[in-house]
Ligand binder design. Sequence first.
Ligand code: COA
Length: 375
Amino acid sequence: MATETQVHVGLEGIVAAATRLSSVDGQAGELIIAGFPLERLAPFATFEETIFLLWNDHLPSQNELAELRQSLASQRQLPALTLEVAQQLGREQADPMDALRAATATLTPLADEKATAQRIVAALPTIVAAYWRARNQAEFIEPRSDLSHAANYLWMLTGNEPRAEQVRALETYLNTVVDHGLNASTFTTRVIISTESDLVSAVTGAIGALKGPLHGGAPGPALDMVFEIGTADRAEEVLRAKLARGERLMGFGHRVYKVRDPRAEVLAGAADQLFANDGNRELYELVRHVEQTAIRLLEEHKPGRKLQTNVEFYTALLLHGIDFETDLFTPTFTISRAVGWIAHAFEQRAVGRIIRPQSVYTGERNRTWVDVAER
Ligand code: COA
C-alpha cells in the first residue's frame, strides 16, 4: 500500500549530494570549508580568496587573485533596470530581501556560466547598497574599483572610507557563513540548476529560501536581549526570568551543533579584535558576560543538553560593531552565501541529473463528479 511508504519529512538524514565544498560535523563541532577547518581560513582570507577557493578547489596564486579582484571590481556597476528596481523598492521601504530578490532577478544570464557567476557576485553588494541608500533617502554612492569586495560594500553603504579593522571583521564574517552543507537555500540552488536552468534563476530562488526566518533568520533578537539586559549585574535576573517564563534564549542552542558552533567561536574572536581598538568595549564586555551567564543558566535549566552559543549571537555583535542595522544582516549574509550557492551550482552541473524525489499520495481515489449547480 502506498500510504505505508515512509515519508522523510524535512528530508532529515537523506544524503542528496556529494560535495567538496563544506563539511558540517555537529557532534565534533567542526566546520570544514573546501579542506580548511573554518578557524584556519576565515580570520585570514580576503573574501576574494574564499570565492576563488570555493569555485576552484585551491587557493589562488597571486596572479589568479589579482585577476579575480580586478574582474569583480570591474563589474560592480548595475544595469539600469537592476539599479532602478533596487532603488524604487528602497524608496517604497520594501522588505530588504524582497528588494534583493527582485533586483537580482533582473540580471541577465550570460552564455558563459563562470562570467554569470562573477556578474552576480559583483552585483549583489551594489544592489543592497542602492536599496539601502534609497530607503534612507540618501544619494546612491558609485562603487569603487580600487577597493576589495568587502571594503567597497562598506564604502557604498556609508560613503565613508572603510577602516582596516571594519574590513577585516566583515571579511571574517563573510568567510564564516559562505557555505554550510546542504542547507535549504543551497538545496534550492541545486534543484533549480538540476533542471538545466541558469544561475540567475538559481540564485534568485535561493534568496527566496534564505528569506524565511527558519533559515536566514534574524540575529537581531540576540542583540535585543543584550540591550534589554543593559548592565552586567542584571544579566542573571533577566535571563532567569526568561527561562522561568518558558522563553528561549536567543543565540543559544543549535539543531546540528551539540558541542559548540565553530562559527560562533570564529566570530567571537573577530569581535574581540574589532572591539579591542574600534568600537564599544563596554558592550563587548557585557555581551561576554551575558554569554557566560546564559550558558551557566541553560546548563541548570536543561542539564546535560550542552546548549552553547550559536552563530547568530556573535553575528549580531560583529555586524553591530561595524555599524550595520539589523535589516542589513540577512542581505549581508546573502552576499556571502551566494558564493557558496554558485559553487554548489557548478558541482550540480557536473552531476547532470534532475533532482526529482517522490511523494506519496494520501488523497481519495474514487470521487464522483458533481456538477456545480448541484453542489
Ligand atoms: N533557550 C532555552 N531553552 C532552549 C534553548 C534556548 N536557546 N535551546 C534549546 N532549548 C531547550 C529546548 O526547548 C529543549 O527543551 P525540551 O527538551 O524540554 O523540549 C532542550 O533545550 C533541547 O533542545 P535541543 O534539542 O538541543 O534543540 P532544538 O534542536 O530543539 O532547537 C534551536 C534548536 C536552535 C531551534 C533552539 O536551540 C533555539 O530555539 N534557540 C534559540 C533561537 C536561536 O538562537 N536561533 C538561531 C539558531 S542558528
